[in-house]
Design a protein. Structure first.
Length: 212
């Protein structure tokens, strides 16, 4: 009887003891040392420096669409499950667009790449994140190699928080977008995004057109 009473008393005290909540946290990430190597292939119209802990992969498909030319590439960051899509456009070149028909089927439509339209498309693609974004800020890019463009920072749990485009306005246009192969979470991804921000800046600042 005594033991039964003691057990009930202990259980009662345990159930009514103060609960101390634990703060939510994220795993510590060990970032690699920053080192860069050159992407400079003779058959490509551009070159730049990228991190040695990244991989260059030629893109064979872009969101279920075929690239317009063979110069679309991905910069993969396997350690972070991140990827920068780089899509190159030739100003004045032929463009293929997917147009949705009344029956729901998409049909190819052909047009000419015009600089103003490419810029508008870059803004439109960024603004697709407005549902999940808490803010969208754009800033002008002027690189040491004389390139210009716009850098977009998208706040909140958007699929991509960093996008940009670079162009000489007459011949070359390239758009970049950073994505992660994880469910978007601004808090958990922030350390990685801050780290890769420096790499994106280096890629942009070392970017050159090689077909002038």
């Amino acid at each position: 009887m005594f033991f039964a009473f003691s057990f009930l008393l202990l259980a009662f005290c345990s159930c009514n003891s103060a609960y101390i909540s634990k703060k939510h946290g994220y795993y510590k990430i060990d970032f690699p040392k920053r080192e860069y190597t050159q992407f400079d292939r003779k058959d490509f119209p551009f070159s730049f420096e990228y991190p040695v802990y990244a991989q260059i992969i030629r893109d064979s498909t872009y969101f279920d669409s075929d690239p317009e030319n063979p110069y679309w590439i991905n910069i993969d960051f396997p350690q972070f499950r991140g990827r920068v899509f780089l899509s190159y456009k030739i100003i004045g070149g032929k463009a293929t667009y997917k147009i949705k028909q009344d029956n729901g089927v998409y049909k190819d439509s052909f047009a000419i790449n015009v600089y103003d339209k490419l810029v508008n498309d870059a803004y439109a693609l960024t603004n697709k994140n407005t549902v999940a974004a808490s803010s969208i800020k754009d800033s002008v890019i002027n690189t040491p190699n004389g390139l210009s463009g716009i850098f977009f920072k998208v706040g909140g749990n958007a699929a991509t928080s960093k996008q940009f485009f670079l162009s000489d306005t007459t011949k070359n246009f390239i758009r970049g977008a950073l994505y992660f192969d994880v469910t978007p979470n601004a808090d958990s991804l922030k350390p990685v995004q801050d780290f890769l921000q420096k790499d994106l800046e280096h890629i942009i600042n070392t970017f050159k057109w090689t077909n002038k």
